[in-house]
Design a protein around this ligand. Structure first.
Ligand code: PA5
Length: 453
């Protein structure tokens, strides 16, 4: 961590006393989280334990069925898609969809995570439906984006393969007791896995939301859960100096209170790019809130930003280095890359090029990370590093749990509810009104009388 004043000079950074001053708040927050967990309100905290058997069942289902399909398509959005993308791109070959040998008999994975017609049409046109399985994921079972995707995919399957085939080409993940997807899945005889009610979308990647697609694309989901469980044990203390989730939460909180609300996650490993995207949602949707727990208007929330090293050194780093003192950079560093490559050795006689010869790409990217870290630190720019010894299912599981818990503790520090998202409802309701959903006529009226631009 390069966020302490004794390392970065007096101007920016925090003393150990600043951190210690938040211990009481952390202790109270820890107690609240444990009580809520015991009361069954935060079942995402229990997934590493409660979902061991379910993971095994999902794994068996995937192993038995995956050779029937060349394509696995996730129909979901936000918390029902970003974790799926992050796990797959972190753990599988970067060109998994293009390389048959990398897939080792598993289907290609597509996660459109949007309703852009150009993209969706292009995907549906490309798929051989006979060899495709769609995983429709919606905890609420009513979200416009996955449900519209599902309606279209279902129609195409029924038209091309016959209505009797629907159950062979869909698997659903939804809430057991609410929403419309469960009703549809039952009517169609679609295999269904459940999201526990108190596992919110952005905290659900270790539930069937993320596990089904991961298992189909050959990821060791039991290791993923084992890694998360390992981190849960490591973080089973309210002592913030011993609990990495709480310590990072405190440091980010101090920074935000000190006028540094921009939280940049910058992996120096391309495979972790989508993990930063997952973090961006987790942090934004959980912590950006108008009201505190007592109902006072607070309008809090740091702004998460995803960046990628070394790519964004040529795009963002100038701003991070010399722009406003409003950012914290969380670097993700990988000690051992899967697969390495030596830099070519031609032109050893040419100055300005020859220094690259004899080095490897892991040396290059990690040196660039360390150089950027030092440059930021020298410029009094707050930063910290999360190190992956290597990126595998176990370490990724740890990382996921670490940041979920960090987010939950941050909610406690801000004294807000980190597990709801009332702010996204209004826009959705206008859209429902315009599209003609029952019960939303007043929203349409308000929409139609909106001021002219
Ligand atoms: O984190 C969240 O709660 C949201 O991002 C949801 O995951 C997203 O809106 C999709 O919701 P659902 O799974 O109910 O369709």
């Amino acid at each position: 961590n390069n966020m302490f004043a004794d390392k970065v000079g007096e101007e920016h950074g925090y003393t150990r006393e600043d951190v210690d001053a938040l211990q009481d708040k952390v202790t109270a927050g820890h107690k609240n989280l444990l009580e809520a967990k015991e009361a069954g309100e935060l079942d995402w905290m229990k997934l590493p334990e409660t979902h061991k058997e379910i993971a095994q069942e999902i794994k068996e289902f995937a192993e038995e069925n995956r050779d029937k399909y060349d394509n696995f398509v996730v129909l979901g959005i936000g918390g029902s898609a970003l974790g799926n993308i992050a796990v797959q791109t972190a753990l599988n070959d970067p060109y998994y969809n293009l390389k048959e040998e990398a897939r080792d008999g598993c289907p290609r994975l597509f996660v459109p995570d949007n309703v852009d017609p150009t993209r969706l049409k292009s995907l549906l046109d490309e798929l051989d439906l006979e060899r495709t399985i769609f995983n429709v994921i919606s905890k609420s079972g009513t979200t416009a984006e996955p449900m519209s995707q599902f309606l279209t995919a279902r129609e195409k399957v029924a038209e091309e393969l016959g209505a009797d085939s629907v159950s062979d080409h869909f698997v659903a993940v939804t809430s057991k007791d609410s929403g419309k997807l469960i009703e549809i899945a039952e009517r169609e005889g679609i295999k269904t896995y459940y999201v526990p009610d108190t596992v919110g979308g952005r905290f659900s990647v270790l539930s069937p939301v993320g596990l089904v697609s991961s298992a189909f694309v050959g990821i060791d989901i039991e290791e993923l859960l084992a890694g998360a469980g390992y981190m849960a044990d490591l973080c089973d203390t309210d002592d913030l100096w011993s609990n990495p989730a709480y310590l990072n939460s405190v440091l980010q909180y101090l920074a935000d209170q000190d006028g540094k609300p921009m939280s940049v996650m910058m992996p120096y490993a391309h495979v972790l790019k989508d993990v930063a995207d997952w973090y961006r949602q987790l942090w934004a949707e959980s912590l950006g809130k108008e009201f505190d727990k007592e109902g006072n208007v607070v309008n809090v929330g740091p702004t998460p930003i995803k960046a990628l090293g070394a790519t964004d050194q040529h795009s963002q780093a100038q701003l991070y280095m010399e722009g406003p003192y409003d950012k914290v950079v969380i670097f993700l560093e990988v000690e051992n890359f899967r697969g390495n490559l030596e830099i070519g050795t031609a032109y050893e006689d040419i100055d300005g090029i020859s220094y690259l010869c004899g080095h490897s790409f892991d040396e290059l990217i990690t040196t660039e990370k360390k150089a950027t870290e030092l440059a930021l630190t020298k410029n009094n720019r707050l930063n910290c590093t999360v190190k992956f010894p290597e990126v595998n299912a176990f370490t990724l599981g740890q990382f996921i749990f670490l940041f979920e818990l960090q987010t939950a503790m941050s909610g406690e520090l801000y004294n807000i509810n980190a597990f709801n998202q009332p702010g996204v409802e209004l826009g959705k309701n206008y859209a429902y009104g315009v599209l003609g959903r029952d019960g939303y006529a007043d929203m349409k009226e308000e929409f139609d009388s909106r001021p002219e631009k």
